[in-house]
Structures are given as structure tokens and as C-alpha cells.
Design a protein around this ligand. Structure first.
Ligand code: SF4
Length: 79
């Protein structure tokens, strides 16, 4: 299963959340977090990925062992 992630390089600019609030929201640290793995082919998600100034957003293969165990890593395994 594909999984949407935001890694720790996120600077909290909010661009992805403004473009695609179905997939992203701020976490308690003021960084973006992925909130859904639905519709990963959507145009809004592609726009959100393109809008990120630090390329923090990745779609990873969730069959990876690290991702199977991951609950809230913000994409650490995708760095
Ligand atoms: S666009 Fe990138 S840097 Fe900005 S909040 Fe989203 S993930 Fe973080």
C-alpha cells in the first residue's frame, strides 16, 4: 500500500495544507502531517507536492518493513 508522508525538513509554510486540506494538516509542532492515504493520484495532491519548497512530501511504498511499523514518523524512513 502506498503511503503519504511528510519528513522533518518541513518548515511549516502551510502551502500543502492550503492546496490540499484533504491530505494535510498541521501537527502540534507546527509542521505538516499527512492525514489521509486516499486518492493519492489526485490533482490536488500533485499540486501540494509541487508547492512544497523543501520537497518534504513523499509517497512511499507502505509494504516496506519500516512503514509497516510506523505510526507517526513523518516520513523518517523516506529520507
Ligand atoms: S508545503 Fe512543505 S514545507 Fe510547507 S507545510 Fe507543506 S510539507 Fe511543510
Amino acid at each position: 500500500m502506498k503511503k503519504l508522508t511528510v519528513n522533518d525538513s518541513c518548515i511549516g509554510c502551510g502551502a500543502c495544507i492550503a492546496v490540499d486540506s484533504d491530505h494535510f494538516d498541521f501537527n502540534e509542532e507546527g509542521q505538516s502531517q499527512a492525514i489521509s492515504n486516499d486518492n493519492l493520484d489526485s490533482a490536488e495532491l500533485q499540486n501540494a507536492i509541487s508547492s512544497c519548497p523543501v520537497n518534504a512530501i513523499k509517497i512511499v511504498d507502505g509494504t516496506d518493513d519500516k512503514c509497516d511499523d510506523c505510526s507517526d514518523c513523518h516520513g523518517a524512513c523516506a529520507k
